[in-house]
Design a protein around this ligand. Structure first.
Ligand code: NAP
Length: 285
């Protein structure tokens, strides 16, 4: 490892699209921390070896993105409660004794963006969570902690939504169902945790789920509005936003775990959305 600069990386496959190096370089500059953060492309069969080598050479932490978030759990000697509940790790931190702590900051990132940046009240409101993949799973426990009236998980493959609801059944009022079963129900908050927007597609949720006051959040982000954000607006929703804030907030939580200081996110979010209005970007971190 070069010099005394602490080394960090984001590991994924593919990973070239990741905005994490840009975000963490702004965090480092803002907080005066001497860190280096780079991209690490590792196919699934090399993931464990590459990350182990990185830490053996003195690396201090990694972020993990698709498709490695579940496998990353096996590298951690200890998991935070939120990583255990999420069933996935997006942050590994080296500890003094050389062991690794596994955390998952995605749910905290979403909650921070929703409740603080966007001022959305979740308490006593109805929430529709679309999708039953890793991102959906990671946000369920943090959303339940905000005491919504009910959370309905819906998914193209209905059985996955039902199974996911069953995993968290002990924590709060949760239901799982397919898209068709939503007919006639409207929600206060709709969160799209599918990857449909990445290919310009829409989840086939009935339009009746959306009302003018429904707050819509797409975890996906990209140049301009995502397909889901456009659709929600066409359906008359007054507030529909893409997932830039979640991206920056989950990164800030990782930075805090590694460096003990939580950077300000507003200037980074502004820099990122300004930059991508010009360049175009998308994907998941
Ligand atoms: P994943 O584990 O691969 O899950 C994909 C989910 O999307 C599944 O529920 C799948 O349904 C559904 N899906 C895919 N295409 C669909 C379509 N055309 N119509 C309806 N449903 C469709 O992916 P993930 O890790 O959960 O990520 C999901 C999204 O969250 C991605 O867009 C990612 O970029 C975003 N994300 C954003 C952040 C952030 O910081 N903003 C963080 C994490 C993830 P089936 O089960 O039926 O296949």
């Amino acid at each position: 490892m070069e010099g005394r600069v602490d080394q960090y990386a984001v590991v994924g496959h593919p990973v070239a699209h990741s905005l994490s190096p840009f975000i963490h370089s702004l965090f480092a500059r803002q907080t005066g921390q001497a860190v280096s953060y780079r991209l690490m492309d590792a196919p699934p069969e090399q993931f464990i070896e590459r990350v182990s080598e990185f830490f053996a050479a003195g690396g201090r932490g990694v972020n993990i993105t698709l498709p490695h978030k579940t496998r990353a759990m096996t590298l951690a000697s200890e998991l935070t409660e939120r990583a255990r509940l999420a069933g996935a790790v997006n942050t590994l931190a080296a500890r003094r004794d050389g062991t690794l702590l596994g955390d998952n900051t995605d749910g905290a990132g979403l909650v921070q963006d929703l409740t603080v940046n966007l001022g959305v009240r979740v308490r006593e409101r109805s929430v529709l969570l679309i999708g039953a993949g890793g991102a959906a799973r990671g946000v369920i426990a943090p959303l339940i902690a905000l005491a919504p009236r009910r959370i309905v998980i819906t998914n193209r493959t209905a059985e996955r939504a039902v199974a996911l609801a069953a995993v968290f059944a002990g924590l709060g009022a949760l239901e799982g169902c397919g898209f068709a079963e939503l007919a006639g129900q409207a929600f206060d908050i709709i969160i799209n945790a599918t990857s449909a927007s990445l290919t310009g597609e829409l989840p086939a949720v009935p339009a009746t789920a959306f009302a003018a006051d429904t707050f819509c959040y797409d975890m996906a982000y990209g140049r301009g509005d995502t397909a889901f954000v456009r659709w929600a607006r066409e359906l008359g929703c007054r507030r529909a936003v893409p997932g830039w804030g979640m991206l920056v907030e989950q990164a800030a939580e990782s930075f805090r775990l590694w460096r003990g200081v939580r950077p300000l996110t507003a200037p980074v979010l502004a820099a990122l959305t300004g930059r991508n209005a010009e360049l175009g970007a998308g994907g998941a971190d």
